[in-house]
Design a protein around this ligand. Structure first.
Ligand SMILES: CC(C)(COP(=O)(O)OP(=O)(O)OC[C@H]1O[C@@H](n2cnc3c(N)ncnc32)[C@H](O)[C@@H]1OP(=O)(O)O)[C@@H](O)C(=O)NCCC(=O)NCCS
Length: 155
């Protein structure tokens, strides 16, 4: 079990979770990976995949994928199943990530988010992330990305 989170306990994903993660991403994201990409992420030495199990049913209700790149922890993907939103599930994952990233010596958490994803931008703003600029045509369909980051020394 990953420490810190109590209300929504996190655990590292196991290989047997990858199919469910692939399905949850398809349900929650406009852009998604195939199963082989999830397997690559699972094997990545510098990455981590956390999941939150549902409180009753045996299914995954949220996940976070992050990479360590030098002194930065990069959030690659993060999603919560629709029925569990606005219940602090994503906040719990992010707070846990911040504690563990700071403890490991990272100086910031960074991410790119699609500029029309108002829920995600609102979420990261609420959690104290700052806008750092934009990257045009960041996604394959030409959509622009907003770059955001959180300084761990501020936490
Ligand atoms: C963005 C997302 C992860 C937020 O998850 P969540 O568990 O609902 O977030 P939390 O409950 O921890 O929200 C914390 C705060 O963030 C802000 N927030 C969350 N969702 C928001 C929304 N849809 N619009 C505006 N602000 C929002 C609010 O301030 C919220 O606090 P409040 O509920 O007390 O008002 C979720 O909506 C999601 O899975 N979206 C689809 C996947 C996605 O876009 N991922 C981002 C990839 S970069």
């Amino acid at each position: 079990m990953v420490p810190v989170a109590d209300k929504w306990p996190l655990r590292r994903a196991a290989r047997r979770d990858l199919k469910a993660l692939c399905e949850l991403q398809r349900r929650t994201q406009h852009r998604f990976w195939d199963l082989s990409t999830w397997e690559i992420e699972y094997e990545r030495d510098s990455g981590v995949i956390w999941v939150v199990d549902g409180p009753r049913e045996a299914k995954i209700i949220a996940y976070l994928v992050a990479w360590r790149v030098l002194d930065t922890v990069e959030i690659v993907d993060l999603a919560v199943a629709p029925d569990y939103r606005r219940r602090s599930v994503a906040s719990t994952m992010l707070d846990t990530l911040a504690v563990l990233a700071a403890a490991s010596g990272a100086s910031q958490i960074a991410l790119e988010v699609a500029e029309n994803n108002r829920a995600a931008v609102g979420f990261y703003e609420n959690r104290g992330f700052q806008h750092q600029g934009r990257r045009s045509a960041f996604y394959a369909d030409g959509e622009e990305a907003i770059l955001m980051s959180f300084e761990l020394s501020d936490s």
